[in-house]
Design a protein around this ligand. Structure first.
Ligand SMILES: Nc1ncnc2c1ncn2[C@@H]1O[C@H](COP(=O)(O)OP(=O)(O)OP(=O)(O)O)[C@@H](O)[C@H]1O
Ligand SMILES: [Mg+2]
Length: 276
C-alpha cells in the first residue's frame, strides 16, 4: 500500500536569534494515519520542529509543506485548521465553564453553523466517551480527564495532524492506556498523530514510527523495534529503551535475523524458538 504524505520537510534549518542552531538539515515525510513519535533528550529540537508545522516558527532555511502547501505562504490562524496541538499541561488549554463549552469553543471559532456545532460536538462526546462529564467544570477534573478533554477539544476542530506534546506526563497507567487507545482510535478515524515524548514505554507500545533527534538533527528514523534495538543510537541520544528491548537485544530468534517487536519477542519466547 502506498503511504500518503501529509507533511514534507526539505533541508529545514532553524537558527534562533541567539545564534543557536536548533534544527539542522531536517528531511522528513510524515504519513497519513500513522502515529509518529519524536524522541530525543532535552534541547534536541523536538518542540522547535513541531512549531514549524503551523508556522509558529518559520524556517531560517529549507521548506515545510503541509497537505502539499508551503507553510511559509500561510497564516498561523489558517494553519490551525490543519494542525492541532495538545500541550503538555492541559491547564493552559482549558478555560471554559463546562466540558461541553470547551468542546464547542474551537468549533465556534471555525464559524460553523449552530447545527454543525451541535452535531460535531455530539460526535466527539461519543467518540471520547465524555457523556458523563459534559456539565462539569474542566478545572475540577482529574489530571487524566483534563488531558482527554483537551485532546477532544482539539480533535473536534478536525485537524489533519494532531501533535501531542508529552501526553503521558502526570498520568497513571490507566490514563496512559486511555490516551494510547484514543490515539489509535483517532488514527483509525483518519488522523495523523505526532507524539513528542520522553515516555519510551508509551512510544514502544503505540507508535508506528519513531524519529530520534539529537543535537538539532534527526539521527534515526524507523519502527520502534529498529530504533529501540539500536544500542549505539540509544547511547548517543541518551535514551533508555524499554526493558523489553534490552532483553530482545540478547535473545536471537532461531528463525529470524531481523529485530523483534515486543509481540514478536513474546511469541518467540512462548514457542521456545530462540538461543542466547
Ligand atoms: N526562543 C528560543 N531562543 C533561543 N534558543 C531557544 C529558544 N527556544 C529553544 N531554544 C533552544 O533550542 C534548543 C532546542 O529546544 P527545543 O525546545 O526545541 O528542545 P526539545 O527537544 O523540545 O527539548 P525538551 O525535551 O526539553 O522539551 C535548545 O537548546 C533550547 O535551549
Ligand atoms: Mg520540547
Amino acid at each position: 500500500m502506498n503511504k500518503e504524505v501529509v507533511a514534507h520537510i526539505e533541508n529545514l534549518e532553524h537558527t534562533y536569534s541567539s545564534g543557536h542552531k536548533a534544527l539542522i538539515d531536517i528531511n522528513l515525510d510524515i504519513y497519513k494515519q500513522e502515529i509518529t513519535a519524536i524522541i530525543g533528550q532535552n534541547g534536541s529540537g523536538k518542540t522547535t520542529l513541531s512549531k514549524h508545522f503551523n508556522g509558529l516558527l518559520r524556517p531560517t532555511a529549507g521548506k515545510i509543506f503541509v497537505n502539499g502547501k508551503d507553510v511559509a505562504s500561510r497564516r498561523v490562524s489558517e494553519m490551525a485548521r490543519e494542525v492541532g496541538y495538545v500541550f503538555q499541561n492541559p491547564n493552559y488549554q482549558l478555560f471554559c465553564p463546562t466540558v461541553l463549552e470547551e468542546i464547542r469553543f474551537g468549533l465556534k471559532n471555525l464559524k460553523l453553523s449552530d447545527e454543525e456545532i451541535k452535531a460535531r460536538s455530539r460526535e466527539v462526546i461519543e467518540e471520547f466517551d465524555l457523556r458523563g462529564m459534559v456539565k462539569k467544570q474542566p478545572v475540577t477534573l482529574s489530571s487524566g480527564s483534563k488531558k482527554i478533554v483537551a485532546l477532544a477539544s482539539v480533535y473536534a476542530m478536525d485537524p489533519e495532524i494532531l501533535f501531542l506534546d508529552e501526553p503521558t506526563t502526570g498520568q497513571d497507567q490507566y490514563g496512559k492506556t486511555k490516551l494510547g487507545l484514543l490515539s489509535r482510535k483517532m488514527k483509525q478515524l483518519g488522523k495523523t498523530i505526532i507524539i513528542i515524548s520522553h515516555d519510551m514505554d508509551f512510544v514502544a507500545e503505540y507508535a508506528d514510527r519513531v524519529i530520534v533527534m539529537n543535537e538539532s538533527r534527526v539521527i534515526l528514523d524507523g519502527t520502534p523495534a529498529d530504533v529501540f534495538s539500536n544500542e549505539e543510537v540509544m547511547k548517543t541520544a541518551h535514551i533508555m529503551p524499554p526493558q523489553i528491548y534490552a532483553i530482545g537485544n540478547h535473545i536471537h530468534a532461531v528463525s529470524s535475523e531481523t529485530r523483534l517487536s515486543v509481540m514478536e519477542l513474546a511469541k518467540v519466547l512462548a514457542e521456545g524458538d530462540y538461543c542466547l
